[in-house]
Structure formats: C-alpha cells, structure tokens
Design a protein around this ligand. Structure first.
Ligand code: NOJ
Length: 550
C-alpha cells in the first residue's frame, strides 16, 4: 500500500463522513455462518509467484526482469529490499512440496519467470535450459505428490531487455514476444501442466506499472499508460489462448484462463441510483476492463462512455481508451476456459459530485470516491480490510455478467505487519479464511461455478513495493536467516482442517481449532441440544395424543 493510496483513502473517508453524516455503517453486518461442504473434487491449494519467492535472481543463466532492476533502484521499495534471495524457493522447492503434501493440497499455483527461460525475452536470442530444468523438476515433483500445478505465465516479471528496447507493455510487439514464450512453455511443460493462467492481475501491471509508477517499470504515464498497456495485455492473452487452442489443446487437453484481481464495490447508499452506478463503475473499471473484452468482446460500455467523454472535454480528438477493431473483438471474445479470481477486500463507493483538480488519470476517469468502514478489521496491509460478504457479491457478479464461467479462486488471504506475528498465532488469519471461504460456499449454493480455492500465500514472501514488511504466508519465513527456514503459523492447522473436511460439515469441525469458552458452550452446544430434545419429546408426546384420539 503506497502512501499515495493511504492518503487517498483517508481523504475519501473524511469526505464521506462529512458528506454523509447519517450514513449507516451497520448495514451489511456479517451474515450468518453456513454449515456445509464443497462438492467432491473441489480443489484446495495455495500459491506464490516467481519473483516473490524464487530468489536466485542472477543464477543459472537467468536474465534480469523489470522487477530486478526496479527493486535495485533506491527509494522504490520499503527499506530498499529486493527479492534477490527472498524465500530461496529456487533451491528449497522440495521442502515446500513436503509442506504442501502434509496439508493435503490438491493444487499449487506458481508462476514461470520469463527471463529465467528467455534471458533476453526473445526466443531467437537464447533458451536457458537450466531454467527449464528447474520448472521441470518442480512440476514433476508436484505431480509425484498428486498436487496439480496451476501455472501462471506472467506474474509481472517482464524481461528487462524488452522494456529497454521496446517500452514493454506500451509496445504492441510484446504480444508476439509473449506468445513465443507461452508457446515454448506449452511445448516443454504442457504434457504435464493442464491449467494455464496467461496473466496474473493485469490491472496492477497496467495501473501500478504504467500509471502510478509504484510498481516496475515505474512509469507515470497518467491517463494513457495503463489503458495502452492493458490493451496489449488483452491482445496477448487472446493470442496465447488461440495458440493453445489451435496447436496444443487436442494433444494436451488443458485449459487456459486469466487471473483477474478485483475488490468488490458496494454502493454507500443502496437506494441512491448514482451510488449504485458508481459502485458498478468501480467494478467495471477494475475487473470488467479485462473480463468484458474476453467474455463479451469489447470494453465495458461505461468505460468507453466515461473515458471518451473526458477525453473530448480535454480537447483530444480520440478517446484515451484504445479501440478494438471488429476483427479483434471477435478474436478476443471467448478466449477463457476458466476465470481466475484474486480477491482480498471491499470498498464502499459513492458518486463524486465535483470535478477533480488532479488532471486526467485512470482514477479520475471513474468519477467516484472509495470509502472504508473504520470498523472493518485490517490486521495487516493498510488497504486490506476483512469484508467477507463482498466476496460472495463479487462471485455472483461474475456469474451474471460473464455467463457463469468456471472459476478458480487464484488468490485470497490476509497479511500481517512484521511485529504482529511473533508467536505465529495468527488467529485473525484463521477468522479471515473461515469467513471468506464460508462466503465462497454460499456463492456456490447461489449457483456460482467455483471449482477451486487458492490461499494466498503458501509462504511469507516479497510483497512488491512493500518489501518484506507485509506477510501473507501460511508459513512464516525467517528472512534474516540465510537458510530461510519456514515455520507453520496457526492458520496452517486451520486451513488443513478445512481441506480435510472439504468445508464446514458441522459446528465442531469449524470450532475445534480453538476450544469453546463457557458462554459459547452454553449458546452453541447446550442450548441447541436442549431445544432439539424438547422438540423431539413434544413430537413423541403429540403422536401419543393423536393415536389415542383416532
Ligand atoms: C495480488 C498479487 O497478484 C500478489 O502477487 C500479491 O502478493 C497480492 N496481491 C497481495 O498484495
């Protein structure tokens, strides 16, 4: 979470409180708990990504990525940390698979580092066989342990050479370079990998990489950079899907999807049409930006309208939002075998009633204000408030907007600040998992087609511009120790229990992690048991009475 975003939220909160004094913060309180299990075959796992966990940044022929270079610049990352070593996952993946096996994971989500395979980004230049061997070994060992690999092709680590030579995702040539990389991965790993994710959270790559500059490559091309990057990313995704479809699908029988991150946006006032539209706009500018072209063939109408209108007001001849030709629309539409969803948090949204003085940008294009309820728990990252009910709403939104696609939750979890987790007792994370997974279960009962859940993340790891200061892991990693030992947090046992029960079959399964206190014992065991006995006795008594009568 950047200072900029923190200030924005604070600003939004102050605005809201002054503008909506009668706003009822108590609405949407947590709903009731839903006991039940997931369908047989539901896939449980956890994830990580190459730059965040592998380390070995310059080993065995790996080239530089934009993140290697960005993190080495002073002042870009909290405490000037880098992921040069991080969890040393490159060397310790066998130990990590042992941890996963013990937790009885069905799948593990990881990403392939493009510059580890093509050090200069380009196939014709050089293929690094040592890099290929690393992923071969990782995939083989996962499969030997009955853990399905879910593989992301792009988790933000563009080869630096492509950035220097062409401007990275600002340039249309990335489409073919990425397709070459993906094609090689299909060729070399596709006999064993059946779940491919083209891009992880392209929203971040576009907005934080090319608009705010908080992420690599750190460009601040306000109002245009993010839209251009996203345009090329969407085309690259579609091209890779077609490559798989035409060249590999019949042989390899796998699936190709994309992983989109989205917060849920809830209208501040659910009876106010302008707030309802602002909240919808928030989600459309977030997830819809990528999902709508991929499922429906073009950008969301609301994005075309808003960015078009603003561009005209700025005296521009054309919209800052690029346009797909009709051929491209047909080519892009339907290029998703499953949708990966990354979800962490929710915002209240209200219409912005005054023009922004901050010039044109992705953020001002949306004409809305983001708010948070100060009472929402936020144990770790400043931006991450625990609002489980938002997850169910987001999943239902996906179901209705995109024709009930097959969904894998590719990221969901919560962090803690370094100081909090000294005794590995992360009860807030257990609560977060319990509540969010329960909302996912409710969404399943609503008819949402969720097939799997990926806890984010397996290990504490490099958290981008926040360095190592925010820990998302189920396992604590001691980064100060050269061997990077892993220690299970309490949530490991808890998640393990959810996996082995395939959900929440009864009260005891859920609560036995923590002993019941006296009051809970009375309300949750004694009272229901006595009530059930009374009802049974009454029924028997009634039966006797009725029998005597007739
Ligand atoms: C989404 C990113 O994909 C992931 O790499 C990151 O760790 C989480 N957000 C948490 O910030």
């Amino acid at each position: 979470m950047s200072l900029q975003r923190m200030l924005k939220l604070l600003y939004a909160l102050v605005l809201c409180v002054s503008a909506n004094e009668d706003f009822d913060w108590t609405k949407n309180e947590r709903g009731s708990f839903y006991y039940g299990t997931f369908p047989t075959g539901f896939s449980w796992g956890a994830g990580g990504s190459a730059y965040q966990t592998e380390g070995a940044w310059d080993k065995d022929g790996k080239g530089m990525s934009i993140w290697d270079v960005f993190a080495h610049k002073k002042g870009k990352i909290f405490l000037n940390d880098t992921a040069d070593h991080s969890c040393e996952g490159y060397y310790k993946f066998k130990d990590d698979i042992t941890l996963m096996k013990d937790m009885k994971f069905n799948h593990y989500r990881f990403s392939i580092s493009w510059p580890r395979i093509f050090p200069n980004g380009i196939k014709a230049d050089h293929i690094n066989e040592k890099g290929i061997k690393y992923y071969d070994d990782l995939i083989n060992m996962l499969l030997d342990n009955n853990i399905t690999p879910i593989v992301t092709l792009y988790h933000w680590d563009l080869p630096q050479v492509l950035h220097e030579k062409y401007g990275g995702w600002q340039n249309a040539s990335m489409v073919n370079y990425f397709n070459d990389f993906a094609n090689l991965c299909f060729e070399r790993f596709g006999d064993r990998v059946k779940y491919w994710i083209t891009f992880n959270n392209p929203w971040s790559s576009a907005v934080e990489g090319y608009e705010t500059g908080e992420h690599a490559p750190g460009l601040k091309l306000k109002g245009t950079g993010a839209y251009k990057a996203a345009h090329h990313i969407i085309k690259a995704h579609a091209k890779v899907w077609h490559t798989y479809d035409t060249q590999w699908r019949s042989k390899q029988k796998g699936l190709v999807g994309i992983s989109l991150l989205a917060d849920w946006g809830e209208p501040v006032d659910i009876t106010n049409q302008r707030d309802i539209e602002a909240a919808e706009r928030y989600v459309q500018f977030y997830m819809g930006w990528f999902a709508t072209p991929i499922f429906n063939g073009d950008y969301p109408q609301v994005m075309k309208d808003y960015i078009g209108k603003k561009s005209a007001q700025q005296g521009l001849g054309t919209s800052r939002l690029p346009v797909f030709s009709s051929q491209e629309k047909t080519y892009i539409k339907g290029t998703c075998d499953f949708l990966g969803i990354g979800h962490f948090t929710t915002r209240y949204i209200t219409q912005k009633n005054y023009p922004s003085g901050r010039g044109n940008s992705y953020f001002t294009d949306r004409d809305l204000v983001e708010l948070v309820d100060p009472r929402w728990p936020d144990p770790g990252s400043e931006w991450l408030y625990s609002v489980p009910w938002g997850f169910r709403r987001l999943l239902n939104f996906v179901k209705t907007q995109y024709g009930n696609p097959m969904i894998y939750v590719t990221e969901n979890g919560v962090s803690e600040k370094v100081q909090r987790c000294t005794d590995l007792c992360d009860e807030w994370r257990m609560q977060y998992f319990k509540d969010y997974i329960n909302e996912m279960l409710k969404a399943l009962k609503d008819g949402v087609n969720v097939k799997g859940y990926t806890a984010w993340s397996l290990l504490d790891k490099f958290e981008w511009d926040e360095g190592f200061s925010e820990r998302f892991g189920l396992f604590y990693v001691d980064f100060l120790n050269k061997n990077k030992p892993r220690y299970p947090k309490a949530s490991v046992q808890y998640y393990k229990r959810i996996i082995s029960s395939n959900g929440f079959p009864n009260q005891r399964e859920v609560q036995s992690v923590k002993p019941l206190n006296h009051m809970e014992m009375v309300t949750e065991i004694v009272v229901p048991t006595v009530c059930t006995l009374c009802i049974l006795l009454a029924a028997v008594f009634l039966m006797f009475l009725l029998r005597g009568r007739f």
